[in-house]
Design a protein around this ligand. Structure first.
Ligand SMILES: Cc1ncc(COP(=O)(O)O)c(C=O)c1O
Length: 471
């Protein structure tokens, strides 16, 4: 088959997959790891099978994938479909390049720069610079690296002894901060978890106490790490108050807005991130709420020179970087060498819908989350488990029976929902209670799909209470 005809065939299959995903049927094949690995042929052959065989392989792959654009997909903090972004992925692959120099990625460099500039403007960060990264986890790592560089300017050359150096983070922060503290050399026990209030927000008074305690103990604080949109509850830390404490002690302030960054678009919800302009750096995942296919994530820093120093290699990369492009090569601001163009898909979508489109997307998502919350509150078999600030809806099945182990029931319920295959939500724990966390971050979700989801939860919950096996 000619390459063009082959690509048409592939596209036809992808289009069918995407359109089938919109009806509310099975979104996940119910097959175990063992069965799948026993039943599919994945061996890499000695002799090639030819390009036509790739069509069968693609069919196999699609058939055994989770339909993350389906309305029932509410599991992680991402999902849904942007057609413009899929087009962007295709063009990115077809124009395959690396983002290190303007020379090899001319238009892509400008596209990425324009995205970073706009994101920085939305946060009132002035002429800040940044880079697209491999995700919020790496954005948090870069935030900590920049903070380390600011406090210990020689650390990029001579290394440093992080044994007594501490950073402060919300007790509900994302786990990537633990990994980042390991990577930058302070170790996870030097990441001090600060107490949260009832709503899951880091408490400024507790931050102050922890910093003073650390100083009294002879430790050296260097960073405050706030979160806009926590992973489980979707809480937003009070940035302005936290920044006041951080600045009083001359500490770097980084904000993990991987999940909540989209609040910056919305006249209604921007106040959740009030004070972001006082931070030194932040990260923001376009591959979460904005529905851009993974990976698409930004790290923005006010003082670009610090990021440049963190990523500096002297003249070691003489085969790539030359004086003439000193100020335009994006690779000088990245931990990566080869780096894919993640900007195009976001840029195409942003151009399609504008800032206004993102704001109305958020209004729609919040409206759906309100709807889900109200339906849960009106249902005698269910209860909300946490206050809601964002589109994370944390709830559990309580049933009507007494003296049941609700943790056991909800753990089993989550298993049954996954086996049922029509919906996916995550299982988390809030205050010792096992809960279901459903997240609205998928443009296919509707009030009808949410009703069907709750019907499914209640029906499976009743089966468990009655001791019935799954049908
Ligand atoms: C609050 C928060 N920060 C950071 C991350 C990590 O982002 P990524 O998966 O893009 O590395 C997540 C992931 O869910 C998150 O919820």
């Amino acid at each position: 088959m000619e390459a063009e005809a082959f690509l048409d065939e592939v596209l036809a299959r992808v289009k069918t997959f995407l359109s089938e995903s919109q009806d509310n049927s099975m979104i996940r094949p119910n097959i175990s790891h063992d069965s799948l690995s026993r039943t599919v042929d994945l061996k890499l052959p000695i002799e090639g099978r030819g390009i036509n065989a790739a069509l069968d392989d693609i069919e196999l792959f699609l058939r055994n994938s989770v339909r993350t654009t389906a309305p029932g997909f509410m599991n992680p903090l991402w999902g849904g479909l942007s057609v413009a972004a899929i087009a962007g992925e295709l063009v990115t692959a077809a124009t395959n390049t690396a983002m290190y120099t303007y020379e090899i990625a001319p238009i892509a460099t400008l596209v990425e720069s324009s995205i970073l500039k706009r994101m920085a403007e939305l946060a009132d960060f002035g002429t800040a610079q940044g880079t697209l990264t491999t995700g919020g986890s790496n954005g948090n790592l870069l935030g900590l690296l920049c903070a380390r560089q600011a406090k210990f300017p020689l650390s990029n050359h001579t290394g440093f002894n992080g044994e007594n150096v501490v950073a402060f983070v919300s007790e509900e922060c994302h786990y990537s901060f633990g990994i980042a503290s390991n990577v930058i050399g302070i170790g996870s026990s030097n990441l001090i978890k600060v107490r949260c209030n009832q709503e899951g927000q880091m408490r400024p008074d507790s931050l102050e106490e922890e910093i003073e305690r650390a100083i009294r103990n002879g430790q050296t604080p260097f960073a405050v790490l706030a979160t806009s949109g926590t992973t489980v509850r979707g809480s937003f830390d009070p940035l302005r108050e936290l920044a006041t404490v951080a600045h009083k002690h001359h500490l770097w302030m980084h904000v993990d807005a991987a999940w909540g960054g989209s609040a910056l678009f919305s006249p209604t919800y921007r106040s959740l991130m009030d004070g972001i302009e006082l931070a030194d750096s932040f990260c923001w995942d376009a591959h979460k709420m904005m529905g851009i296919p993974l990976i698409c994530s930004a790290f923005i820093v006010k003082d670009a020179e610090i990021l440049r120093t963190v990523c500096s290699t002297g003249d070691d990369a003489h085969y790539l970087y030359h004086e003439s492009a000193e100020r335009v090569d994006l690779g000088r601001y990245s931990l990566q060498c080869g780096r894919r163009n993640d900007a195009l898909k976001l840029w195409l979508t942003w151009r399609e819908i504008g800032d206004a489109g993102w704001a109305s997307m958020l209004d729609t998502f919040m409206g759906l989350a309100d709807y889900l919350q109200h339906q849960i509150e009106a249902n005698e078999y269910l209860e909300m488990v946490s206050e809601r600030m964002w589109t994370n809806v944390c709830f559990r099945y309580v049933g009507v029976g007494q003296a049941q182990d609700l943790n056991q029931i909800n753990a089993e319920l989550r298993e049954r929902i996954i086996r049922d295959g029509r919906f996916m939500v995550s299982r988390s724990t809030v205050g010792g209670k096992i809960i279901l966390r459903s997240v609205i971050a998928n443009r296919s979700i509707t009030e009808q799909s949410l009703d069907a989801f709750l019907d499914c939860v209640v029906s499976l919950g009743k089966d468990i209470e009655r001791g019935l096996p799954q049908q």
